[in-house]
Write a protein that binds this ligand. Sequence first.
Ligand code: G3P
Ligand code: CA
Length: 242
Amino acid sequence: MTQIFAHRGYSAAFAENTLKSFVEAEKVGADGLELDVQLTRDGEIVVIHDEKVDRTTNGHGFVKDFSYKDIRKLNANKKGTKKEPIPTLEEVFEWLSTNQLLCNIELKNALIPYNGLEEKVIALIRKFNLSRRIILSSFNHYSVVYSYRLAPDIETAPLFLEAIYMPWIYSQSIRAKGIHPKHTTIPNHIITTTMENGIAVRPYTVNREADLKRLFNLDCTAVITDYPEKAINIRKQYEKRA
Ligand code: G3P
Ligand code: CA
């Protein structure tokens, strides 16, 4: 059965990449979360998508220029009524220790090369004994390979914005156990062949009913969606059929 990963948490209904959006994704029955990590100036792993805090918080400037103490003062729920801080990865892991969710951590290091990000994330995964529930992904495939070398037991998956030729061959060549393609770039037969070659396929960001159904029909490994509740309801039709 296709797993459902909540993209930045239940981000269609709650402020993205906040603990609230992760908790709400778990409440509606998501199998996993997708979240983005970067480093503050003083080396704290924080969960936020953009390199700048401007779009999602009431602050201004680059994540890399904030101290943890200062970034923590920002409100990551700027459209809502209740203040939500930018969470640390450690806080998310503390909460993950209380449930069984899977977690896809996207290392947000394609534009800014955060020195030591891979080492810090892997050390935290070890501290919380979460290696079997984590998938490390990135658009920076050097970082995907580096993560594999640091921690061969933790699953890795390159992210793709464009289609590539024979993605299962590429994936095997960098020892990744999965691929995370943009869903519009990957046709059915490539999904099927990739999975037949032992590589998990988790397309992003799949929000429309017709697109979800296409992937459920293929029994695709997982979908990454802003709408976990909707995806779970649609998936029920396929559970009955199985
Ligand atoms: O991991 C899938 C997806 O999150 C990648 O794109 O820009 O939403 O981080 P983006
Ligand atoms: Ca992401």
